[in-house]
Design a protein around this ligand. Structure first.
Ligand SMILES: [Zn+2]
Length: 92
């Protein structure tokens, strides 16, 4: 469970560190369209310590220990945006 769910209003409100991480990598063009849902982008794992570290350095953002572990264990991360512009993610 994420220890630092986003409390600030905005597109990440209520979301985990993983959603911010995935949004960043999708923004770099690293995602693929989800075969089962075209609204959704898939980032294929495995993800490395250095990828998570790069995110933290580039964005000056904190990833809590639980989300580090979940990202390292992820086979894939699905990321999507709803019609209001809010961002979400789900880990496989
Ligand atoms: Zn977290």
């Amino acid at each position: 469970m994420c220890q630092t769910r986003e409390k600030h209003p905005g597109k990440f409100e209520g979301e985990t560190c993983i959603t911010r991480f995935a949004y960043y990598y999708v923004g770099l063009g690293d995602g693929l369209e989800d075969e089962n849902d075209s609204r959704c982008i898939v980032l294929k794992g495995p993800f490395s310590y250095s990828e998570i570290g790069k995110y933290q350095n580039d964005m000056r953002d904190y990833i809590c220990p639980d989300c580090w572990r979940d990202i390292l264990n992820a086979k894939a991360i699905h990321q999507w945006e709803d019609s209001q512009g809010f961002e979400y993610s789900e880990v496989d």
